[in-house]
Design a protein around this ligand. Structure first.
Ligand code: S3P
Length: 443
């Protein structure tokens, strides 16, 4: 379902110290994958801690449309009765993936090697985003694909009747591309191989192995290689979704920039393919402690303790970009409060996210008195002692841009407003009450 309704303008105001515990929602990437693999497995998959944001609800609906039985049994508790590898039926209506690039790309992969047809649509943001990066390799499996001009949605896929396995070297470090190919490879006989230029988040590989598929990974001079043996019998599992480090980044950032703050964020995923922001913050001098490191549901998790900190600007190396690809908007806000400049390198992919995130952050920060420089693939933010604020940011249907500017306004001299907070519900439905519970003045 697309983000519907009128724009919801919101404002955040300079706040007193933040205190308390932030129970952030389940990981978005893991939630999509749990529903999709549950739908492809035989038997009942039970999921706890599922993110109930709109992106995930759209994926749940899509899995039902392909024939899986998907039921909500309580808050974050879901049951999926799968149809087995290759068992998808043909949906009766178009699959609307709303705002979610991950949803649409992974589901296209999951159905591309099954002989059914489906048409995929999305909201205005998703309809602008490139799909050929996924549909080109999916066509190599034997799927027939038509798209709008420039490889955009709506896309119609007639899944391959006799799929062949594929070896694909991705030009872009993208977990969505890798995952779409691996999910397609599930129903192709033989070995499907994906090589990515840098390792990206590995939730698909971990979860496929957990459901009983054979997955092997290797780092070579050419890149990170993932091999999957096709046609496994996926066995239903219990999946405990860890809390999302990308969502945790917003209360973490707020605590770092609002003087006197001290908060805890329990049970956050510390998957090493997702921890680039936390490495960067520690280099900036952030007071972050990781407590009770443990494994939950196959993923490393920890409780975070964060205190307000004096920060200094750093150079974020391009090799780290994929491990914090969704965190650059909020890092650019934190960087505005650091001493000196913060340079973010190798971030061209930000231009094809829910919005052009380099442009959206640069314009919004400038409107609030912060100096920013950009190139096609980098962004530099000049920190200052007192950040003026007082501006209004355009959020372009992008949840992370909306939350980033609301966090900014908690520590600026004057309030910060955004044109539309509606899309926050795609990934963090309880963002406002959670932040208000810590003492933040926003709404
Ligand atoms: C995701 C991968 C990333 C990320 C997105 C979630 C995933 O996109 O930006 O929010 O779950 O696979 P890319 O892999 O295309 O960079």
């Amino acid at each position: 379902m697309s983000h519907a309704g009128d724009p919801q303008p919101m404002t955040s105001r300079p706040s007193g110290s933040l205190r308390g515990e932030a129970q952030v929602p389940g990981d978005k990437s893991v939630s999509h994958r749990a529903l999709i693999l549950g739908a492809l497995a035989v038997g009942e998959t039970r999921i706890t801690g599922l993110l109930e944001g709109q992106d995930i609800l759209d994926t749940a609906k899509a899995m039902q449309a392909f024939g899986a039985q998907v039921e909500r049994q309580g808050p974050g508790e879901w049951s999926v009765h799968g149809v087995g590898t290759g068992g998808f039926g043909e949906p009766e209506t178009a699959i609307d993936c709303g705002n979610s690039g991950t949803g649409v790309r992974l589901i296209m992969g999951a159905m591309a090697t099954t002989p059914v047809s489906a048409t995929f649509t999305g909201d205005a943001s998703l309809s602008r985003r490139p799909m050929a990066r996924v549909t080109d390799p999916l066509a190599m499996f034997g799927a027939e694909i038509t798209a709008r001009e420039g490889g955009r949605l709506p896309v119609t896929i007639r899944g391959a009747t006799d799929p062949v396995p594929v070896s694909y070297r991705s030009p872009v470090a993208s977990a969505q591309i890798k995952s779409a190919i691996l999910l397609a490879g599930l129903n192709a006989p033989g070995e499907t191989v994906v090589t990515e230029p840098e390792q990206t988040r590995d939730h698909t590989e971990r979860m496929l192995a957990g459901f009983g598929a054979q997955v092997r990974t290797e780092t070579t001079p050419e890149g990170h290689v993932v091999r999957l043996t096709g046609r496994p019998e996926l066995r239903a599992q219990s999946v405990a979704v860890p809390r999302d480090p990308s969502s945790a980044a917003f209360p973490v950032a707020a605590a770092l920039i609002v003087p006197g703050s001290e908060i805890r964020v329990p049970g956050v995923s510390r998957n090493p393919t997702r921890d680039g922001l936390y490495t960067t913050l520690q280099e900036m001098g952030a007071d972050i402690t990781f407590e009770n490191d443990r494994i939950e549901g196959g993923e490393p998790v920890a409780d975070l303790l964060i205190r307000h900190s004096r920060l200094k600007g750093v150079n974020v190396p391009a090799e780290r970009a994929s491990s914090m690809i969704d965190e650059f908007p909020i890092l650019s806000v934190i960087a505005a409060f650091a001493e000196g400049k913060t340079v973010m390198n190798g971030v061209a992919e930000l231009r094809v996210k829910e919005s052009d995130r380099i442009d959206a952050m640069a314009r919004g920060l400038e409107a609030n008195g912060v100096r920013v420089e950009e190139t096609p693939d980098s962004m530099t933010v000049h920190g200052m002692q007192k950040v003026p604020g007082g501006g209004r940011a355009a959020t372009h249907l992008d949840h992370r841009i909306a939350m980033s500017f609301l966090v900014l306004g908690l520590a600026t001299q004057a309030p910060v407003s955004i044109d539309d907070g509606g899309p926050i519900a795609t990934s963090f439905p309880d963002f406002l009450p959670l932040m208000q519970g810590l003492g933040a003045d926003l709404g």
